[in-house]
Design a protein around this ligand. Structure first.
Ligand code: KIV
Length: 288
């Protein structure tokens, strides 16, 4: 695999050439290395870190600083993949200036692009970021940052809702995004959006007609025992790690670990000298 870094331009080119794009989330150095060595096109430092790293019930409490912290860890892996920083709730909605400044801070920290949730309601912010030279990935369909208002329901089940998803995606493309995530949306609607856009659609729980797919790392490797219904687990990570930890606990308690392979010995002559030094140290000192 070539070491040429993936850029937003490569995403658009992949769509033109009919090549599927593959993304995964990652939040730390080894996850980024695993993803990159597996050959993904893009890594999202997702605000899903709220749930899968911090154990929060939603993405709402995630801060600018938390994404910045995990972005740094991911960038330490120097991935070939495009690195996208997810903008947390209320870091881009308030004003165009705030959106540009915050997105710019992620770019200055080393991200290749940012992702924002929403459609027509955030168009002016998206336009401002793109005008400032910031590559932006959109995110339509289910927007977890807005779940308090809209819930976590499947999108595109009615003709009206399908049209709303479609119009959001089209408006984002016009505003200059280089790709659009479509989350938890009926497959037919995601397929129509994919057909209508020149920029690639990256889907999660929205069918197979999209230009690419994205999954959350912990869901994909089975570290999250209760993933969303659209996830395919490619490993039983929770079982594998729990069994490893259980065996470790048993082996320490029974004296099996550590054995000769896991520790190091002092040379016999140094050991003899050490014991001599100990003897001398322990011998009572003559009183003055
Ligand atoms: O934060 C995240 O992980 C995401 C993906 C679900 C697309 O936004």
């Amino acid at each position: 695999m070539s070491r040429e870094r993936v850029t937003p331009y490569h995403f658009i080119k992949a769509k033109r050439e009919g090549r599927k794009l593959v993304m995964v989330t990652a939040y730390e150095y080894f996850q980024a290395r695993l993803a990159d060595e597996a050959g993904v096109d893009g890594i999202l430092v997702g605000d899903s870190l709220g749930m899968v790293v911090m154990g929060y019930p939603s993405t709402i409490p995630v801060t600018f600083g938390q994404v910045a912290h995990h972005l740094k860890a991911v960038l330490s892996a120097r991935p070939r993949a495009l690195v996208v920083a997810d903008m947390p709730f209320l870091t881009y909605e308030v004003s165009r200036g705030e959106a540009v400044r915050n997105a710019g801070r992620y770019l200055k920290a080393g991200a290749d692009a940012v992702k924002v949730e929403g459609g027509v309601e955030i168009l002016d912010k998206v336009e401002a970021m793109v005008k400032a030279g910031i590559p932006v990935m959109g995110h339509v369909g289910l927007n977890p940052q807005r779940y308090l208002v809209h819930g976590l329901r499947l999108r595109g089940k009615t003709a009206e809702d399908a049209l709303k998803v479609y119009e959001d995606a089209k408006a984002l493309e016009e505003a200059g995004v280089f790709s659009v995530v479509i989350e938890f949306t009926t497959a037919e609607v995601a397929a129509e959006v994919t057909k209508a856009l020149k920029v690639p659609t990256i889907c999660i729980g929205a069918g197979s007609a999209c230009d690419g797919q994205i999954l959350v790392f912990h869901d994909l490797v089975g570290l999250n025992p209760t993933p969303p219904p659209f996830v395919k687990k490619y490993a039983e990570g929770f079982e594998v790690f729990r069994n490893a930890l259980k065996t470790y606990v048993e082996e320490v308690r029974s004296g099996v670990f550590p054995d000769e392979r896991h520790y190091f010995r002092i040379a016999p002559e140094e050991l003899a000298r050490f014991r001599e030094l100990l003897e001398r140290r322990r011998a009572p000192r003559p009183s003055p």
